[in-house]
Design a protein around this ligand. Structure first.
Ligand code: HAM
Length: 421
């Protein structure tokens, strides 16, 4: 039996890789002063359907059903509506700006394609209650630093920056009334054939050519203040202006951005933007707070880490430095198993990842087991007890010491060799 299409099993090696990504995300978010939050996996269908703030695309991808209490419910496809609901309920309890992040799993009934699954993990960071360019810069900078944390450089990825407000100004000046509908068409400009786009644009008196002219002009003066803030942080080189980015979700109102691999061979690594009206709309005007945020998925990021030699090497070195066991207690003399168990417990109490054979086994087999676990040290409990022989497996060096000194000796051995791993 296999998992459903688009769903994943996480074997221990997959969990280790997932942990590597989650740890990196959390570290950087905390460095930026963001605090962690989460919400429920299952939400009332009303949160997504009532005002349809996210847009038709995501609504069509919902895993929704009736629960046993005949409530219409849906598995969360994204964090933003949940976050908005939570902020609306308790906004007064928090100082502004609120800087919240989360690492959660989401569900979308997506078409099968590389980088898109039906259950995925997404990091979200949102800054609520600040409508300034400084907040925009903080959000873009965090996206860049999340990727740099895994070893990516400006040669590996780029942030494509745009602004829906620039589009809205342009479209309104051309007499377009339903700007949201046109933005949804622009979102497909790089993915759909020109003919079908032109057919849809005709209703708004527009053509793909007119839109492309605006994209080519790029409105550089519009982005100068934000780019200046990124420049001050030394992060300007990671960003390109690209007005073809408008984002698929309907609630965005201003700056929008996406992160892509430089080879452009993959789907977006991350995407987000400003959504200054969502809280007011969902609370019927009760809570008016500007907000900006983004989401970064684990699927495209994981693929890019694997396919980029230097980021893959960094991940593998990190994972190898955290083996399943650091110390293996070899029971060389079964008559000493009781003492060996005491030593295992003492090492574990001292914080060492410690393993040992549950059954009697030849000493050679025990050393083999230790090597397979990636263990760094083997402590041999045998006839010399209370003295134990400690072997450093990589170098084959050996030393004999009293079992009470072992934990302290390990501490020293690890701190002097730490730079080599
Ligand atoms: P989104 O563009 O739908 O934005 O998703 C953000 C990122 O999540 C994508 O760039 C991608 O890495 C990942 N992602 C999305 N769908 C899938 C999928 N089916 N499989 C794998 N990865 C996926 C949002 O979700 C917004 N709520 C982000 C946001 C937060 N905006 C403001 N705050």
């Amino acid at each position: 039996m296999r998992p459903l299409p688009g769903f994943r099993d996480f074997y221990p090696e997959d969990c280790a890789r997932r942990g590597y990504v989650l740890d990196g995300w959390r570290r950087v978010a905390r460095r930026y002063g963001f605090v962690e939050m989460d919400g429920p996996v299952l939400e009332s269908m009303e949160l997504y359907a009532k005002k349809n703030e996210s847009g038709a695309e995501i609504l069509g991808q919902l895993y929704n059903f009736q629960d046993r209490g005949e409530r219409d419910v849906a598995l969360r496809p994204e964090m933003t509506p949940t976050l908005a609901r939570m902020v609306i309920a308790k906004e007064r309890a928090y100082r502004k700006p609120m800087k919240w992040f989360s690492t959660s799993n989401f569900f979308r009934y997506e078409r099968q394609q590389k980088g898109r699954l039906r259950e995925f993990i997404q990091f979200n960071a949102d800054l609520i209650g600040d409508g300034s360019t400084a907040a925009d810069a903080e959000s873009v900078a965090l996206t860049i630093d999340l990727l740099r944390e895994f070893g990516f450089t400006k040669d590996d990825f780029v942030i494509r920056l745009s602004d829906r407000q620039a589009w809205i100004d342009f479209l309104t000046a051309r007499g377009v009334t339903d700007t949201k509908a046109v933005l949804a068409i622009i979102d497909k400009i790089e993915r759909e054939p020109e003919e079908s786009l032109n057919a849809r644009l005709a209703a708004h008196n527009l053509t793909v050519a007119t839109l492309r002219e605006f994209i080519a002009a790029g409105s550089p003066e519009h982005f100068a203040p934000l780019l200046e803030q990124l420049d001050a942080r030394g992060l300007r080189e990671f960003v390109e202006i690209d007005l073809s980015i408008v984002r698929g979700l309907a609630y965005y109102t201003g700056v929008v951005f996406e992160a892509f691999d430089k080879g452009k061979s993959m789907r977006a690594l991350a995407g987000g933007g400003r959504y200054d009206n969502l809280l007011a709309d969902l609370s019927d005007g009760a809570v008016k707070l500007p907000a900006i945020g983004f989401g970064m998925g684990d699927v495209v990021l994981g693929n890019l880490i694997e396919e980029t030699p230097h980021t893959r090497a960094k991940m593998e070195a990190t994972l190898a430095a955290a083996p399943a066991a650091e110390v293996y207690v070899v029971v060389a003399d079964e008559a000493r198993r009781r003492e060996a168990l005491g030593l295992v417990q003492a090492l574990r109490d001292a914080g060492w990842r410690t393993d040992f054979p549950l059954d009697a086994a030849k000493v050679g087999k025990q050393f083999q087991a230790a090597e397979q676990l990636g263990t760094r040290f083997a402590a041999v409990v045998g006839g010399e007890w209370p003295a134990v022989k400690v072997k450093t497996l990589a170098t084959r060096e050996e030393t004999t010491l009293d079992f009470t000194e072992l934990a302290a000796w390990l501490g020293k051995a690890v701190s002097t060799t730490a730079t080599s791993c």
